[in-house]
Design a protein around this ligand. Structure first.
Ligand code: AMP
Length: 232
């Protein structure tokens, strides 16, 4: 069964953490546009140089550029059994292009992660990611001092704050989200495959709620095994 998912919600809603686990559970491709762009920056490519200043100031990169990247990525073999998009679409133009990309595939299931703004601001101020592989450090891994000393549970790399999690950039990203991405609720909201999940719960509960919502949306209740506690 092909599962084609969009996980959307404000920065800090937990999309990345949930996406890693869900993609592993369902053996579908995890496509994080933010991670793809950060990889380009790290590798010093022309695209990386082009997008760095835009990302650093919390704005969105050009629809055409990101849509081309996603269109190509969706054609790769590992995305044929399904995919989970994390960070795309972020505008109505991107959403329309995505509908074109999947016109002949299984319908999109769109999950909105809902988290209050004060929780987001707190989470992003504390977020650490791996400087090597970009994995998010688990939120519950202690005080910020302890976490600065900690290493990535995935590859052992050093943990660092994300450059665009600085407070003034977070404020800008939230504003961009409200203006450009939140309208997607209106675009997708009337589809039977649109679901809303409370993202302000323990990560395991959020995972279970997403699995239930996606299975219901796919008409698959009781087919997916209940998620065992993730190895976070
Ligand atoms: P994320 O890791 O999803 O929070 O993305 C980090 C940054 O990458 C965003 O703040 C944008 O600058 C850029 N970005 C990621 N995905 C997109 C997208 N779909 N459209 C435009 N810009 C994006």
């Amino acid at each position: 069964m092909e599962r084609n998912l969009v996980l959307f919600g404000p920065p800090g809603a937990g999309k990345g953490t949930q996406a890693v686990w869900l993609a592993r559970t369902w053996r579908i491709a995890h496509i994080s546009t933010g991670a793809l762009l950060r990889d380009e920056i790290k590798a010093g490519t022309a695209l990386g140089r082009e997008v760095k200043s835009v990302i650093d100031r919390g704005a969105l990169i050009d629809d055409g550029v990101i849509t081309k990247i996603v269109g190509e990525r969706l054609q790769r073999r590992d995305a044929q059994a399904g995919f989970l998009l994390d960070g795309f679409p972020r505008t109505l133009t991107q959403a329309r292009s995505l509908d074109d990309f999947v016109a002949v595939r299984a319908p999109l299931v769109v999950v909105e992660l809902v988290v209050p703004e004060e929780v987001i601001v707190r989470r992003l101020a504390a977020r650490m990611i791996c400087s090597e592989c970009g994995t998010n450090a688990p939120e519950e891994s202690g005080s910020s001092d302890e976490r600065e000393a900690a290493t990535c549970h995935n590859c052992g790399g050093a943990l660092v704050p994300r450059a665009d999690d600085a407070e003034h950039v977070v404020r800008k990203r939230l504003e961009v989200y409200r203006l450009q991405t939140e309208p997607l609720v209106g675009y997708y909201g009337s589809r039977p495959t649109f679901c809303r999940v409370d993202g302000d719960q323990l990560a395991d509960r959020v995972t279970a709620a997403i699995v239930g919502a996606v299975d219901r949306a796919c008409g698959l209740s009781a087919i997916s095994p209940p998620p065992s506690p993730p190895d976070r």
